[in-house]
Design a protein around this ligand. Structure first.
Ligand SMILES: C[S@@+](CC[C@H](N)C(=O)[O-])C[C@H]1O[C@@H](n2cnc3c(N)ncnc32)[C@H](O)[C@@H]1O
Length: 200
């Protein structure tokens, strides 16, 4: 969905709606109705990947498997855009090992705090969760081997800015693994006018 083209709702209203929606998911006020494990198997995650991830981080909010294309390896540095409670961060952390490092960025403080708590409890020493927006990444230039993202960029009102930021933080020759949804046909006005629809 090209949110930049919606004339009914302003950009700040859309961003607030997205933030509120995921804050409610993080705090449990809003429930997802999916069987996370079955969904993730259908999306191509291996049993080994699913076993490596703390159960509490698995919210069933993804729409693909960004590791398949990016293939994080031992010693690499990875950034996950819109990390939620850290599902893909923890999978990447196992893949890069103690010599590597994985950063997760999310704009919901509740998601970030929960991800930090899970990481600490499960003794992940190579992960770092940062509060921030994917349009203005709290990450230095030219420092990462890989950027991954799972079902997040579609939520942004400034998609080109997100890609500019990915380009800024990746080292030369860095890799990208993005799974996301795209718009196949125009959406009805009733959907475009409904702030709730921008988070789902
Ligand atoms: C569909 S969920 C995906 C979460 C995670 N990737 C997963 O698969 O479990 C979208 C996540 O992106 C975050 N998010 C949405 N818009 C964002 C933005 N502009 N900047 C940073 N995070 C954002 C939300 O807070 C939420 O945690």
């Amino acid at each position: 969905m090209d949110k930049e083209k919606n004339k009914t709702l302003g950009e700040s209203e859309i961003r607030k709606s997205v933030r509120d929606f995921y804050t409610n998911i993080a705090t449990g006020k809003e429930k997802t109705k999916v069987d996370s494990d079955n969904l993730n198997r259908a999306l191509g995650y291996s049993e080994e990947q699913l076993k490596s991830v703390p159960e509490e981080a698995n919210m069933g909010l993804g729409c693909g498997n960004p590791h398949e294309k990016a293939k994080p390896a031992i010693g690499e540095t990875v950034l996950d855009l819109g990390c939620g409670k850290g599902f893909d961060v923890f999978i990447a952390a196992k893949a890069v090992g103690d010599e590597g490092y994985v950063i997760g960025v999310d704009s919901s403080i509740d998601m970030v705090e929960k991800a930090r708590y899970i990481g600490k409890k499960r003794k992940f020493n190579n992960v770092d969760f940062r509060l921030g927006e994917i349009e203005y990444l709290p990450v230095a230039d030219n420092t990462l081997d890989i950027v991954i993202s799972n079902c997040v960029i579609n939520l942004s009102t400034q998609k080109q800015q997100v890609y500019n930021e990915i380009h800024r933080v990746l080292k030369k020759g860095g890799r990208i693994g993005i799974s996301d949804i795209t718009q196949a046909k125009p959406l009805p006005q009733s959907v475009l006018d409904n702030p709730r629809m921008y988070g789902t």
